[in-house]
Design a protein around this ligand. Structure first.
Ligand code: SAM
Length: 239
């Protein structure tokens, strides 16, 4: 295979939060694949990409999020389309929200493509993550000095959150939208809810940034992020 596959991070949603390198790679790629969820219209990464690249070169790849069997066959179909593009040579790009090396569809897609093309050249272009966008928008310092920064996907046991909150350093929660009340009550029990910041649909229509305590009684969308800043004695987080 002559082509190279590049996973391009396109930032959290704001088309301006795209690096110059990402822009160059997207523009020079013969095809830019973008993940979409069937039945939910234009994908989030797609919306950023079509702001910069002619739509004829942008190809959606469907990934069903809930149906496990459909998901497996989606991976195979997606990989087959990517391989077909790679055979033409040049750059084939896959655009992903945030960063391609952080909980990204790109990692799994890449494994599936590599099973078909073991010699494939793969590169990634880093992107600005949702937690960085939320930190910037809310005036929150993620870490300073010797503080640790824990990034936690809320897909499994709440115990991991409890442990992370005990450290008193910064905790960022991804994938917590559907269980927001449970997550925020855990923060309250640890005495850390008051300083926590919530952000949804960052950089997109409907963006919401508020104190996490305002969200105690409600669930949030999948694109929800919570930052619990380190307990520093002074209140640095400000909205
Ligand atoms: C599959 S992960 C993708 C992470 C992404 N690769 C990154 O670097 O930020 C999805 C999670 O990222 C967070 N996320 C990504 N984009 C977001 C956005 N625009 N607004 C709020 N949260 C976002 C949410 O916590 C969501 O559940």
């Amino acid at each position: 295979v002559r082509g190279r596959l590049v996973g391009v991070g396109v930032g959290p949603g704001d088309p301006e939060l795209l690096t110059l390198k990402a822009l160059r790679v997207l523009r020079e790629a013969r095809t830019v694949f973008v993940p979409t969820t069937p039945g939910s219209g234009t994908g989030r990464a797609e919306a950023v990409v079509t702001d910069h690249v002619p739509s004829e070169r942008v190809v959606p790849l469907a990934f069903a999020m809930s149906d496990t069997r459909a998901r497996e066959s989606n991976w195979e179909q997606a990989a087959t389309k990517v391989v077909a593009s790679l055979r033409y040579g040049g750059t084939t790009a896959f655009a992903t929200l945030g960063d391609p090396n952080l909980y990204s569809t790109f990692t799994h897609l890449c494994e599936t493509v590599r099973r078909l093309l073991p010699e494939l050249t793969v590169e990634t272009v880093p992107g600005i993550t949702a937690m960085q966008a939320l930190a910037a928008h809310s005036g929150t310092v993620l870490a300073e000095g010797s503080e640790r920064l824990t990034l936690l996907p809320l897909t499994g046991s709440i115990e991991r959150l409890r442990e992370a909150l005990c450290l008193r350093d910064t905790v960022v929660c991804y994938k917590a939208g559907s269980r927001l009340p449970e997550v925020l009550k855990e923060m309250r029990a640890a005495g850390r809810l008051e300083s926590a910041i919530y952000g949804a649909w960052l950089g997109m229509d409907g963006e919401l940034i508020c104190s996490a305590s305002d969200m105690l009684e409600t669930t949030g969308p999948y694109l929800s992020t919570v930052i619990v800043p380190a307990s520093r004695g002074t209140r640095r987080a400000k909205l």
